[in-house]
Design a protein around this ligand. Structure first.
Ligand code: DGT
Ligand code: CA
Ligand code: CA
Ligand code: ZN
Length: 584
C-alpha cells in the first residue's frame, strides 16, 4: 500500500467517525495521521517492515494510528473501517464529498430528513426542504445543488494520477507471473485523460486460467464481476473496475489499438477501413474478398495504422479532434516531453505555505535536472498561508540574490511572487516592488464565485499590468471537486495575446487548469503556456509529468511551452512585447 492509499483510509475513517458524532479528539487524531502520512517522504510500508515503532516518532502519528498502519500494511485492510462501513450506507459517502457538506452536515440531513443518496438530496434541495434545517440556509442549498452534479461524476471517475498508482501495483502483481509475455494498459488511462472511469488491461499469456486466478488476488480480495475464457472484470476496494483481456499474440497490436480508443477515434478508423475494402476490429485488420477475410495486420499497433495508410498516433491525441487532419497533411505535432522542460515557474517555500526551505527547493530542482526555479510564494492577502508583505518579499529576494552569487553551476533561482489579484481588482503588492521581480504570477484566491464580468475584469486588469508575467491557475478548478471560475476565457486569450502574457497549465493532477481543450485554444491564439508544478514541497516538483501529459493531449510541442526555453530566452520572450507596451 502506498502512503496516499493509507492516508485515504484514515481520512475515510475520520469522516465516518465524524458522521457518527464521535469524540472530536479521536477524529482529529485520524485526520492528523492522514496528513502526516501523505506528507511523509519514507514509505509507511517500508517503515512497518523495518521497525514499526518508528512510526510513532513521526509528528502527527499517534499510537492508535501507528498500530492501524501496521494492520493495514500487513493485511491490506482495517477491521474498524469494515465495521463503520457496515453501519453507514455507502451512498452517504458521496453526499459527504460535496463541497460545503462534509460529515457533520451530511449527518444532519440523514438524521432529520432521512436523506442517504445524491438523488434524495437533489430533490430535497429543489423542494426547499434543506434550508429548513438548522445550520443550513438558502445559499447552502444552492451550493449543494451545483455540487451534486460534480459529485455524481466524481463517483464514477478517478484522477489519472490515482489510476497510475494502481497501474504500477498491478504491473508488479502481474509481473510475478512468468506465463505473461506481453502486458499493456489501454483505455483512457493510456490516452492520459485527466480522469479515468475504469482500467483496461491487455495480456498475451500462455495460460489464461492462471493469469485470471492471479488477477483475482490483486489488492486484497477484489470482487470478481465477470469471468469468461478471455475476459475478466474485477472491482477493487476503492470501487475501481479493472477489465482484463487475454489476446493471442497476432492480435495484440489490434487489441491495444481498439481498447485504447477513443470510441470516436475508432469510428473514424472503421470508416476508413471500409473505404479500402478492409475490416478492422480488436483481432486485426482483414482484407474482405467475397465471403473470405484475410488477415493483414494485428501483431503490432503501428502495423494496424499502416494498413490504413496512417501513421502511428501518440495515444494522447486519439480523440478524433485534429489527429486525422494532421496526419493527412503530415503535420502531426512532435509532442512535448518531460526532458524538454528547462525550468519550473511556480514554487512555494516554508516562508509561506510550502514545506521546504529555499535551499531545499533549489537543491531538489537541480537534482531533477532543472536549470531554473522561480520562487513564487503567496502575497500578503493570502493571510491563511502567511503571505508575504513588501518587506518580507524583498528580504527573500535578497536571499535569492545571495544564493545565486554563491552558486557555481548554471542553475539559478528566480525572484518571483504569486501576487494575489484582489477582490475589488488590482494587485496585492505595489508596482515599485513588482518591478524588481524576475517573474510575477498573478492569481485569484478570493472572490472566486464573483459573477462573470467582475472576475473576468479582474483577470484582464492583471494581464494588462506591466509587471505581470503570467496568470497562474487561470480557471481555479479542482477536478471532481470545484468548478472553474465563471471567467470569459476568450477575452483572457485575446488580452494575453495582445500584451504578450503567458498562461499557466498547473501540473497538479487535481487542478490541471487549463484543460486539454483550453490549452489547444491558447496555442491557437499563439499564447505560450507555462507548465508549472506549483510545488509546495520538494516531492511535488515531480508533479510536472501530469502537466506534460495534459499538454500532450492538447497537441503542444516544445515550442508551445514557455519553460522549455532557457531563462535567457524566456526573459527575452516576456520582456519583448511587455517592455514595448511600457514604452521602453
Ligand atoms: P473510461 O474508462 O470511461 O475512462 O474511458 P475509456 O476510453 O477507457 O472507455 P472504455 O473503458 O469504456 O473502453 C475502452 C476502449 O475500448 C474505448 O476507448 C474504445 C473501445 N471501445 C469500447 N466500447 C466501444 C464501442 O462500442 N465501439 C468502439 N468503436 N470502441 C469501443
Ligand atoms: Ca477504461
Ligand atoms: Ca473498460
Ligand atoms: Zn501557488
Amino acid at each position: 500500500m502506498t502512503n496516499s492509499q493509507i492516508a485515504d483510509v484514515f481520512e475515510l475513517v475520520a469522516d465516518l467517525l465524524e458522521f457518527q458524532d464521535e469524540n472530536p479528539f479521536r477524529v482529529r487524531a485520524y485526520r492528523n495521521g492522514a496528513r502526516a502520512i501523505r506528507n511523509l517522504g519514507d514509505s509507511v510500508a517500508a517503515i512497518v517492515q523495518d521497525d514499526p515503532k518508528r512510526l510513532q516518532q513521526v509528528e502527527g502519528i499517534g499510537k492508535a494510528v501507528a498500530e492501524k498502519c501496521e494492520v493495514l500494511v500487513r493485511t491490506g485492510e482495517l477491521p474498524q473501517l469494515k465495521k463503520l462501513q457496515d453501519e453507514i450506507p455507502e451512498s452517504v459517502l458521496s453526499i459527504m464529498r460535496i463541497p460545503g457538506m462534509g460529515p457533520k452536515k451530511t449527518a444532519a440531513v440523514y438524521h432529520e430528513l432521512g436523506i442517504a443518496t445524491l438523488d434524495d438530496l437533489r430533490t430535497a434541495c429543489q423542494q426547499g426542504r434543506i434550508q429548513a434545517i438548522k445550520g443550513f440556509g438558502k445559499k447552502t442549498e444552492q451550493t449543494i445543488l451545483s455540487g451534486i452534479d460534480l459529485a455524481a461524476v466524481a463517483e464514477q471517475r478517478i484522477y489519472w494520477a490515482t489510476a497510475d498508482e494502481i497501474v504500477e501495483q498491478l504491473r508488479q502483481h502481474l509481473g510475478e507471473l512468468t506465463e505473461i509475455q506481453q502486458l499493456e494498459f489501454a483505455g483512457s488511462y493510456r490516452r492520459g485523460r485527466e480522469t479515468v472511469g475504469d482500467l483496461d488491461v491487455l495480456v498475451v499469456a500462455s495460460r489464461a486460467d492462471q493469469v485470471m486466478d492471479h488477477f483475482a488476488r490483486f489488492s486484497g480480495s477484489p470482487k470478481v464481476m465477470a469471468r469468461g475464457d478471455t475476459k475478466m472484470s474485477i472491482r477493487i476496494a476503492s470501487g475501481l473496475q479493472i477489465d482484463l483481456r487475454i489476446v493471442p499474440p497476432e492480435s495484440f497490436g489490434a487489441a491495444l489499438q481498439y481498447f485504447t480508443g477513443s470510441k470516436e477515434h475508432n469510428v473514424v478508423l472503421r470508416t476508413r477501413a471500409k473505404q479500402r475494402g478492409l475490416k478492422i476490429n480488436e483481432y486485426g485488420v482483414y482484407r474482405v474478398e467475397g465471403d473470405q477475410e484475410k488477415y493483414v495486420a494485428g501483431q503490432r499497433e503501428q502495423d494496424v495504422y499502416a494498413a490504413l495508410d496512417l501513421p502511428w498516433f501518440p495515444p494522447e491525441l486519439r480523440e478524433a479532434r485534429h489527429e486525422f487532419a494532421w496526419a493527412e497533411t503530415g503535420d502531426l505535432p512532435e509532442l512535448i516531453r518531460w526532458e524538454d522542460i528547462q525550468g519550473d515557474l511556480h514554487a512555494h517555500t516554508d516562508e509561506t505555505d510550502g514545506r521546504n526551505s529555499l535551499d531545499e527547493m533549489a537543491e531538489a530542482a537541480q537534482d531533477r535536472g532543472l536549470k531554473y526555479l522561480a520562487i513564487t510564494d503567496h502575497s500578503k492577502r493570502v493571510s491563511m498561508a502567511g503571505g508575504l508583505d513588501e518587506r518580507r518579499l524583498l528580504d527573500q529576494w535578497e536571499r535569492i540574490d545571495r544564493w545565486n552569487e554563491r552558486a557555481s553551476g548554471e542553475f539559478r533561482l528566480l525572484k518571483g511572487i504569486e501576487c494575489d489579484i484582489l477582490e475589488k481588482g488590482g494587485l496585492d503588492l505595489p508596482d515599485d516592488v513588482l518591478a524588481q521581480a524576475d517573474w510575477v504570477l498573478a492569481s485569484i484566491h478570493y472572490g472566486q464565485r464573483q459573477p462573470r464580468e467582475q472576475i473576468t475584469a479582474r483577470i484582464l486588469e492583471a494581464i494588462r499590468h506591466p509587471h505581470v508575467s503570467a496568470i497562474a491557475h487561470p480557471t481555479g478548478r479542482l477536478i471532481n471537486q470545484r468548478p472553474p471560475y465563471d471567467v470569459d476565457l476568450d477575452a483572457v486569450f485575446a488580452a494575453a495575446r495582445q500584451h504578450g502574457k503567458l498562461l499557466e497549465l498547473n501540473a497538479n493532477p487535481m487542478r490541471l487548469d487549463l484543460d486539454d481543450v483550453f490549452c489547444a485554444a491558447a496555442k491557437s491564439h499563439g499564447i505560450p503556456i507555462a507548465i508549472n508544478t506549483d510545488a509546495h514541497s520538494v516531492e511535488s516538483l515531480d508533479l510536472m509529468r501530469y502537466g506534460i501529459l495534459q499538454a500532450r493531449r492538447a497537441g503542444l510541442t516544445k515550442a508551445d511551452v514557455a519553460n522549455t526555453r532557457t531563462w535567457t530566452e524566456l526573459k527575452k520572450m516576456i520582456g519583448g512585447k511587455q517592455r514595448k507596451k511600457r514604452g521602453k
